[in-house]
Design a protein around this ligand. Sequence first.
Ligand code: SF4
Length: 245
Amino acid sequence: MSEKPGGDILIAEIFGPTIQGEGALIGLPTVFVRTGGCDYRCSWCDSLHAVSSAYRKDWVPMSSKAVWQKIRELSHGVPLTISLSGGNPAIQPFAQLIEQGHLEGYRFALETQGSIAKDWFKDLDTLVLSPKPPSSKMQSDWNAFDACLEAAGTNPDIVLKIVVFDERDYTYARHVASRYPQLPVYLQPGNHTPPPPGNDQAAIDVTGLNTRLDWLVAKVTSDQWFEARVLPQLHVMLWGNKRGV
Ligand code: SF4
C-alpha cells in the first residue's frame, strides 16, 4: 500500500534509550516510537494505551521532522536502533522518517502482526512479524501476511516472533514456522497479567511467567524443534508492567 510520504504520524509515546526487551534484537540499546491505533484487539494486549480508543485523546499527530527531532534529542545524535511499535505501526506513514534516520546512520526495526503491508517495509533494517496465536482471539490473514513479506523483499532481516500462552498457541507457532521455514523464529511466553491501560504499576506474576518459560523450553527440546529460539521478555523481568522504560 502506498501513501502520502509527508503525512503526520500518530504517536502514543516516544521513549529511550533503553534496551529492546524481546525477540531477535533483545538487549540492544533502542529508542521506541510507539504509535497509536491498531486493527487488532488481542485478548491479552499489553499496550492498550496505544490501542484502545479511550486513549486516543492522548495520541499526538506529529510530523516526521518532529519525531526525528525527538529521537535525535533522546539519543544525543548518536545513531542507534529505533523500534517502530504500537499499536500497529504499519498503519502510519514512516517512509520519510526512515529515510532521514538512515542518512544519519540510525537503524529501524518494525514490529507488526503482519496484517497491513506498506511499500516502506523494504527500507527497514529489521522486520519483526508477530502473528497472533489463538489465545489472542484474533484470526491470522495469511494473504495479508504474505503481502507484508512481499513488500519487504530481500533488504530487511525478517524474523518471526510468536507469543505462546498454551498448547494451542504452541501448535500454531509450529504451523507458522513450517509455513515460513526461511524465517528465524523467536518464541516467548506471553505476559498473562498485562497492565490495565491506566495503571502501569500493576503487579506481574513472575512465578507464573517463569513456569511457562520452563514449559516452553521443555516443549521445544522434547519436540526436537531445534530451529526455534525461546526468550523471556527482558523488560517484564526488569521492570514489570512499567511504561516508558
Ligand atoms: S496486535 Fe499488538 S498492539 Fe494490536 S491489539 Fe494485538 S497485542 Fe495489542
